[in-house]
Write a protein that binds this ligand. Structure first.
Ligand SMILES: [Zn+2]
Length: 98
């Protein structure tokens, strides 16, 4: 099931979809897949999106958007956002990937 929603990073139109996990046996973090025209494909942890993401400063979200755009289509870059990875992604995006 796909829902047309807003991209949590750039707030553009995006499709968020949950992985097809058997929720009755899986208790680890669940990463939602996001398909965004601007940011391309990335994932964001469901619990972090619900609790914590709102506290990330707008400037850092812009930096993460810059990071995602700059690493679009490139391998070897983290594209999973969670409570630990976002700061590094924002720093790298703010530095324009050094
Ligand atoms: Zn986006």
């Amino acid at each position: 099931m796909n829902n047309q929603q807003k991209c949590p990073v750039c707030e553009g139109a995006a499709i968020l979809s949950a992985p097809p996990l058997p929720s009755d046996v899986w208790s680890g973090p669940v990463f939602l897949s996001v398909r965004c025209d601007e940011c391309d494909g990335f994932r964001i942890e469901e619990g972090f999106l619900a609790h914590g993401w709102n506290d990330v400063p707008a400037a850092d979200k812009q930096a993460i958007a810059a990071y995602l755009k700059a690493t679009k289509g490139k391998s070897g870059w983290v594209r999973d956002i969670d409570s630990e990875s976002w700061e590094d992604m924002a720093r790298r995006g703010g530095e324009k990937l050094g």
